[in-house]
Design a protein around this ligand. Structure first.
Ligand code: BGC
Length: 758
């Protein structure tokens, strides 16, 4: 277990003391977001030490020209990158002519950061000795409004603890921003215009190539300690840095506050011609309400979120803090109002992964949003893929598929493939199956039977057509096989007959056939339209049936075990515990061929199939497979421990389930993989939620009914969670002795361990 750096508190994340080596990690941990924009917790004032600046805007990306060593046909032309956007939070301070810089000051006497997840407010305070005669205290509060999605607010208070001095305030918007992750060092932004006035700073920029228009705006005010405004700022500008400036004299014991409102106005949602008036009305409205009122509104939005999605754990603050941190970050990343947006693996906390959509969304994130929000939010996630179906078909055409076969990209922003490693881009095709599974899962959970006939069926048919063309008949096996694939376990490449992929293929074909029959029966007119649109031929179903009934699954010759792939038993099957600790993670220490030859499994693969299709295997079968694959798994993807936790809970392996839970939930808080600086693992946070609700809570939807099967970890006194099941809020609370279930609609029923609960 790793040492805890951030203090344990049920509602807060706290860093006490200043450690230069942790600045970038803490910038990730204290990141803020509101679904429309987000930012790492960079300091407002200048910092000359190592920092990783990052501000991001939902949906705004740049197509960075692909760079590969050896070009392969079918590679995408570009990788869509979430952009580091102009910075609006900067407030440089000079006191008696000395710049405030935590990297350079004489002494840091106190330093503390605190993120209150309940209110959504991030605070930072420190006291420093700037020179022999000057000591100051700084208290900063900041939030990105959950109510007004284009608005952020900062209150920056300066107190003279010792000495009198002139304070120079330089509050700016900086457009000279670069991505750290850039293939060719290209500029990503073009500048259109600016407004530099005491009332408003505004930088209108446009992304090169993709032409997204964004206005970065800000307004600064200064108040004395009694809240009296100190009048207008002057302005200055230099290249793409525009500033509002002011001098103010503070005597010992006195203080003042800089108030800054700002954010982004995104051309995806606002008329570009009205950027200026929109920004004006945002700052006017904000300053007439004031910081406290805006903070209250923001708090009440968070209250509503927590009201619906909080999970309470009594008896284990470490676990409690962790689940709240995960829920908090998921809500900061995606609010679900816009089907053009999705959940990137790093959300708004870093540039890695390009900020794009992976199979993570369907396999991991959907259940969280489905159960903690209105069903429309989850439907928007499905619609995102529906709207990109044409691109998935184009993508398949590039790889030689025909007749409406669709291969969804491994990574995407707008539906086009962005990934360029052949063994993943072309071969990690199981992602198509997760997208189909999510459609099934959505209907199972929400009971919304309209999605499949309206949209889902087209996606399912495109995916089924792909599978039907991707298999080939093996005369040797007398069965259909799938060659040249990579399963979820990316530590095996270009393998044949990955069990999980073959299973998904079979399931997708059967599920799509079932849905076609249903639509033909229930919505014949719709079906007539779809048939024409998709050039449908009834004989397709015959072929799909033949494939599904005759697909090959690799099996152990002597034990009742499905093999991860052909030839798996040729490996030397030694457990992951035999790996030298200082060689972990192996992907940072071993050559790729060594990884490929080893038996070690990056993340749930066969077990991912047992998770999705749990009801198709009995417990004994699950246990055999868990016992076989778990010891080989190194969990070097953040998506792994959560699935193992759920399966371990199902098998009654409570301690193991609990250890995996801590690993998934505290992955970032305790920086398990030594990569916190790069940002947070947002998509796996939804897996953490699953490991509580589906793992310890045992939640399943079976035949339109809610089933629970609580298993409380030994360390916990009680656990309670809520789900929104088809409009009824069901609140489950249990201890070792007692289970209580409250329902907002008395009519709805819940089963516990197979028995009806009253
Ligand atoms: C995992 C993938 C995942 C991606 C983004 C990789 O390390 O192996 O399954 O989609 O990260 O989270």
């Amino acid at each position: 277990m790793k040492k805890v750096y951030y203090e344990i508190d049920p509602w807060k994340i706290i860093e006490d003391g200043f450690d230069k080596s942790k600045v970038r990690a803490s910038e990730s941990i204290f990141s803020l977001g509101n679904g429309s924009m987000g930012q790492r917790a960079n300091f407002e004032e200048q910092y000359s030490g190592k920092t990783y600046q990052g501000s991001y805007i939902a949906g705004v990306y740049y197509p960075d020209k692909t760079r590969v060593g050896w070009w392969k046909n079918g590679y995408p032309e570009y990788f869509a990158k979430v952009l580091n956007a102009p910075n609006w939070i900067g407030i440089n301070i000079r006191i008696a002519g000395i710049p405030l810089d935590l990297n350079k000051c004489v002494e840091i006497l106190k330093f503390r950061r605190e993120l209150n997840m309940k209110t959504g407010i991030y605070k930072r305070s420190f006291e420093i000795q700037l020179s022999a005669n000057i000591r100051v205290a700084i208290d900063v509060k900041r939030f990105l409004s959950m109510k007004e999605s284009s608005l952020g607010a900062i209150k920056y208070q300066i107190t003279m603890i010792k000495g009198d001095a002139d304070i120079e305030i330089d509050s700016y918007v900086d457009g000279n921003i670069k991505n750290y992750d850039s293939n060719w060092e290209d500029p990503f932004w073009d500048f259109k215009s600016k407004i530099v006035s005491p009332e408003l700073l505004l930088l209108h920029s446009q992304t090169l190539k993709t032409k997204f228009d964004v206005a970065t705006y800000a307004q600064t005010q200064l108040f004395d300690k009694n809240g009296v405004s100190k009048g207008n700022f002057t302005t200055s500008e230099q290249n793409q840095i525009i500033s509002q400036n002011k001098k103010h004299y503070l005597t010992e014991g006195d203080s003042c506050s800089v108030l800054k409102f700002g954010g982004y106005i995104n051309g995806m949602n606002y008329d570009v011609n009205n950027f200026e008036s929109t920004a004006f009305s945002l700052v006017l409205n904000a300053s007439s309400k004031g910081f406290n009122k805006l903070a209250e509104e923001h708090n009440s939005s968070w209250n509503k979120i927590w009201e619906q999605s909080d999970i309470k754990i009594e008896g284990d603050d470490k676990a409690q803090q962790a689940i709240r941190f995960n829920i908090f970050q998921l809500n900061q990343t995606y609010t679900g109002h816009d089907a053009r947006l999705n959940v990137g693996p790093k959300g708004f906390t870093g540039e890695k992964y390009g900020g794009s959509t992976y199979w993570d969304t369907e396999a991991y994130c959907l259940p969280f949003y489905m159960a903690t929000k209105n069903h429309k939010v989850a439907r928007n996630l499905l619609k995102y893929r529906y709207n990109q179906l044409d691109k998935a078909i184009e993508n398949a055409i590039k790889l030689g598929f025909t007749d409406g076969a669709a291969l969804y990209p491994m990574v995407t922003m707008n539906g086009e493939e962005c990934h360029n490693e052949w063994e993943i881009t072309f071969e990690e095709i199981h992602r198509n199956g997760a997208i189909a599974f999510a459609i099934f899962n959505y209907e199972r959970f929400t009971g919304d039977t309209s999605y499949i006939p309206e949209m889902g069926i087209e996606v399912l048919i495109g995916i089924a057509r792909f599978w039907a063309q991707r298999v080939n008949y093996s005369e040797f096996q007398k069965a259909f096989v799938i060659l040249g694939v990579t399963g979820p376990n990316e530590y095996e490449n270009n393998i044949n007959n990955n069990w999980y992929t073959n299973y998904l293929c079979q399931w997708c074909l059967r599920f799509t056939i079932e849905q076609i029959f249903k639509i033909k029966k229930q919505h014949i007119q719709k079906w007539e339209v779809i048939k024409v649109k998709l050039n449908w031929l009834d004989i397709e179903v015959d072929r799909w049936k033949e494939i599904a009934d005759n697909i090959y699954f690799p099996k152990h010759p002597n034990q009742d075990i499905y093999l991860q792939q052909d030839g798996f038993l040729d490996k030397k099957l030694i457990p992951a515990t035999s790996i030298n600790k200082n060689e972990r993670p192996i992907n940072q220490h071993w050559s790729w061929d060594r990884i490929l030859r080893s038996p070690f499994i990056k993340q749930a693969d066969v077990l991912q199939g047992f998770y999705f299709f749990e009801n198709q295997f009995n417990k004994a079968t699950l246990e055999r497979h868990f016992n076989f694959y778990e010891p080989l798994t190194v969990h070097e993807s953040s998506l792994s421990p959560c699935i193992h936790s759920i399966l371990a809970a199902r098998l009654g392996k409570k301690d193991q389930a609990y250890d995996f839970y801590l690993q998934t939930s505290r992955l970032d808080l305790d920086d398990y993989n030594n990569e916190l600086e790069e940002g947070l693992h947002i998509t796996s946070m939804a897996g953490t939620w699953m490991s509580i609700v589906e793992g310890f809570g045992g939640l399943r939807i079976i035949d339109n009914q809610v089933h629970i099967d609580p298993k409380l970890p030994n360390a916990w006194k009680t656990l309670s969670f809520k789900i929104n099941f088809r409009g009824t809020i069901i609140n489950v609370k249990f201890s070792k002795q007692k289970i209580t279930v409250e329902k907002s609609n008395k009519e709805s029923i819940v089963y516990c361990k197979g028995k009806l609960l009253n």
